[in-house]
Write a protein that binds this ligand. Structure first.
Ligand code: SAM
Ligand code: SF4
Length: 473
């Protein structure tokens, strides 16, 4: 049988990256091989995201560009999966005539039937069935890239929170958690294949296991913490309404759980939080942050913000800026509000103009830049344990003391800050002597989005308590 190749373009969040692994495993099962070269593919899958209007536009623009490829190779099969597929269904076939397959977020398992049907009948197929009954996330396929240091593990899917701006519950279905034994098996397998750090994924990890009567999220963290050979644990996302003392304690007591929490607040105004259906107030959020900082001093806190939610006044926006001044986040993701189909806020009056949204976004990002720089600057002179993920794409360009074009390494602090460094003993050899190791690194320079350091010691095992013990070099 001649070789058949598939190409996947993944747009959007880590959930989609995870789903693309599942899709790839099904295609390999059908005799396809993965390629990174679009032009040689017999099957192209676009795994789409619809969280914001921009992500959806990106998907349609890529799909449009595939028309020429289909003209050159009429046998090419083009499939659209993910959240846009779920949301738009067969409308996509009308809008993009060269598409053969539209499959929803719960149809990945059925690809093994759908693709052969298209191959043999050359028909166009739509499968976007979304059951109200939660669909249990499948285990990760057994395809792990060599040298992978850090990876994501889905612990739950879907969402029951129905924030009024958000499309996730409508395209991903109801929340459902995986059994802890399956999660443990998957992580043990990953560790055996060399993975050192996992990020546990869910839309609201705080409600992990509650519906199914499984263990709680803090209990899951304790179990994962006991896995030998695993060095670091991260998780995302935590919803402020369900975030509380038991998780704060788990952050403190489990030495492998990193010193970083992502706690999206979205707005600093109670009026807007209420209209967003976030189910917490500004005061409650700030109280939880205070408890967190008190119990875990030095923890890095990041967040998500939406600016220009329908009806957001200058006073509301100033409350958001005020909350940022109080918390002083280590970093944040900020988005301009965009209407999403099926999300209740589409119907809300008093939409904010694009110009005002843009201006508010810029103001917010400028304010945050000061805090990010300040936090990064405070680390200069400290020694930080870095989990090295590999060589950096940007290569060290040399200096008077160091040879030109030496290898530059990249890793992260427990607080999730990127640190790049160059090492004297390894000029240009290219040998992978650091990946997956904890390297104690003295921070020499702070930039807006990363740090520059000098390695002072390589640790063979874990870097101690939170990997954060530090000493003067
Ligand atoms: N489940 C997480 C939570 O509750 O925060 C995050 C979900 S979502 C994938 C990631 C972020 O996208 C949200 O935190 C929000 O800031 C942003 N977002 C979601 N819907 C949006 C919309 N309609 N317009 C702009 N930003 C949006
Ligand atoms: Fe969307 Fe809200 Fe669920 Fe997050 S918690 S996925 S923002 S509905």
């Amino acid at each position: 049988m001649p070789n058949k190749y598939f190409y996947i373009n993944t747009i959007g969040c880590q959930m989609n990256v995870y789903d693309s692994e599942q899709i790839a495993a099904r295609l390999v099962g059908l005799g396809y091989q993965q390629t990174g070269v679009l032009e040689v593919a017999d099957l192209v899958i676009v795994n789409t995201c619809t969280i914001r209007a921009k992500a959806e536009q990106k998907a349609f623009s890529f799909l449009g560009r595939l028309a020429n490829l289909k003209i050159k190779n009429p046998g090419l099969i083009i499939g659209v999966g993910g959240c846009v597929a779920q949301q738009e269904g067969e409308k996509i076939l009308r809008r993009v005539p060269h598409i053969d397959l539209v499959f929803g977020t719960q149809a990945i398992d059925r690809l093994s039937l759908l693709i052969p049907k298209i191959e043999s009948k050359r028909c166009r197929v739509v499968d976007v069935g979304l059951t109200e009954k939660p669909v249990r996330p499948a285990a990760r396929p057994d395809r792990r890239p060599d040298g992978l240091v850090s990876t994501f593990v889905t612990i739950m899917r879907g969402c029951d929170n129905f924030c009024t701006y958000c499309v996730v519950p409508h395209v991903r279905g109801r929340e459902v958690s995986r059994h802890p034994d399956r999660i443990m098996e998957e992580i043990r397998g990953l560790v055996q294949s060399g993975v050192k750090e996992v990020t546990l994924l869910g839309q609201n990890v705080n409600s992990y296991g509650k519906k199914e009567g499984l263990c709680s999220f803090p209990e899951l963290l304790a179990r994962v913490n006991s896995i030998e050979g695993l060095q670091r644990i991260r998780f995302t996302t935590s919803h402020p309404k369900d975030f509380g003392s038991s998780l704060i304690d788990a952050l403190k007591t489990n030495e492998k759980v990193c010193d970083h929490i992502h706690l999206p607040v979205q707005s600093g105004s109670d009026r807007i939080l209420n209209r967003m259906n976030r189910k917490y107030t500004r005061e409650l959020y700030l109280d939880k942050i205070a408890e967190l900082k008190d119990t875990c001093p030095g923890i890095a806190i990041t967040s998500d913000f939406i600016v220009g939610f329908p009806g957001e006044t200058e006073a509301d926006f100033n409350e958001t800026l005020g909350l940022m001044e109080i918390v002083k986040f280590d970093g944040l993701f900020a988005f301009v509000y965009s209407d999403r189909p099926n999300a209740p806020a589409v119907q809300f009056k008093n939409k904010i103009s694009e110009a005002v949204k843009k201006k508010r976004l810029q103001t917010l990002l400028e304010l945050q830049e000061n805090f990010t720089r300040m936090k990064n600057q405070a680390l200069v002179g400290c020694v930080q344990p870095i989990l090295v993920e590999g060589t950096s794409k940007k290569q060290f360009s040399g200096s008077i003391n160091h040879p030109q074009s030496a290898v530059q390494w990249t890793g992260r602090t427990s607080t999730n800050k990127i640190v790049n460094f160059y090492h004297n003993d390894n000029p240009q050899s290219g040998a992978d002597i650091f990946s997956g190791k904890i390297v104690l690194t003295k921070i020499e320079k702070a930039y807006a989005h990363s740090l520059w350091g000098k390695p002072v010691e390589v640790k063979s095992a874990t870097g101690g308590r939170k990997g954060e013990e530090s000493y003067a070099a």
